[in-house]
Design a protein around this ligand. Sequence first.
Ligand code: NAD
Length: 395
Amino acid sequence: MNIFSDPTFDMACEQFRVIADYLNLDTNIRERLLMPKRAVAVTLPVRRDDGSIVAYNGYRVQHHLALGPTKGGTRFSLSVTLGEVAALAIWMSWKCALTGLPYGGAKGGITVDPRTLSVRELEAVSRRYMQEMIPFVGVHTGYSVPEIVTGKPISIGGSAGRREATGRGVVYLIERALDVLRMKSSGCTAVIQGFGNVGSVTALGLAYKSGMKVIGISDAAGAFYNANGIDVGAADRHVAQHGSLAGFNGAESIDPADLLTLQCDVLVPAAVEGVITGANAGKLRCRILAEAANGPTTPEADVILFQRWNEIFVIPDILCNSGGVIVSYFEWVQGLQSFFWNETEIMDKLFRILEQAFSAVIKRARDAKIPHRMSAMAIGVERVLAAKKSRGLFP
Ligand code: NAD
């Protein structure tokens, strides 16, 4: 039992153990590579609109600082625990190292369902969280320091294309996977779980840019299927108007558990962790599994997917959803230099980085005859390891 004990943290540890064994890492380096460098827990007392005061829990975990400052978003969800935040920080480290970004991984989170808060309450929780984290983040200069936070509105130094970056990256990588498999995207069928930022942008891109037929979509409110193809533009407008897919009538409502096992060319889990399990991995009927969510596949499912490597081409999460952190990196760079690029320049730079990472993962997997996830993680872990070794330990 340690302070990070949590099923998601266990999953990150198990994935690391597999890679560490594969890379034959010395036992002396394993804990140093895996365990987070710092973790902070804070209490956030906030006055609600009805006058009551509620104390929320907030966390921030920095995994390592060997390659640069740490990077990682802040998650608002009831499922946030210190261990989950630590797991996401670790995955962010491998992702940044894989894509060559000069960052260590970090993550933050607040245990709250943001849908239960008014806009004023949400602002109060966010401001209180940031206030508590200032000594930890280390910036309090009295004037705006735009590079310290990414994902900002364009009006205060945000980057063009940041909101769409993750989904567009997912679409780019799916197209590259189709190239490798010598398949044409037009006419392919796609199923997407989750219709938030990443899922909706991916669905729109696959339908309108790649010419695919999106036959299944879902969100927390329900799952929908239409063999003739769903009008994802209409689904997107429905969510903008009603807040969720509930009541969407452009497709037949199906059991959400059946969505992932629909026959399709491309399956995109873009919702939550741990949805592809030992129980359903053997039943997947897709040609490409594009892991847009963080940690959608459990280690038990991974064993099954490895046995099915010839049937299912996996684009592992740390590669598949890295578009978001790459454009956050661009936002940081633009803030540091106070010189901003347009959206075309951003997308061009994004796709170049994704291409390099994709090619490296595929090549190593082919050469060493290992699964794509193992290849991607091995590249990430080795880069962090090399930096740690160069820096050495304090005597
Ligand atoms: P979001 O909150 O905008 O959307 C999440 C979507 O998933 C919503 O439509 C929600 O209704 C749906 N959902 C929740 N539980 C579900 C369930 N059990 N079944 C089906 N749908 C469910 O979040 P997002 O930013 O789109 O992130 C989605 C995933 O992608 C997360 O795992 C996140 O960590 C990962 N990710 C996001 C980014 C980014 O830039 N936003 C970057 C990297 C990774």
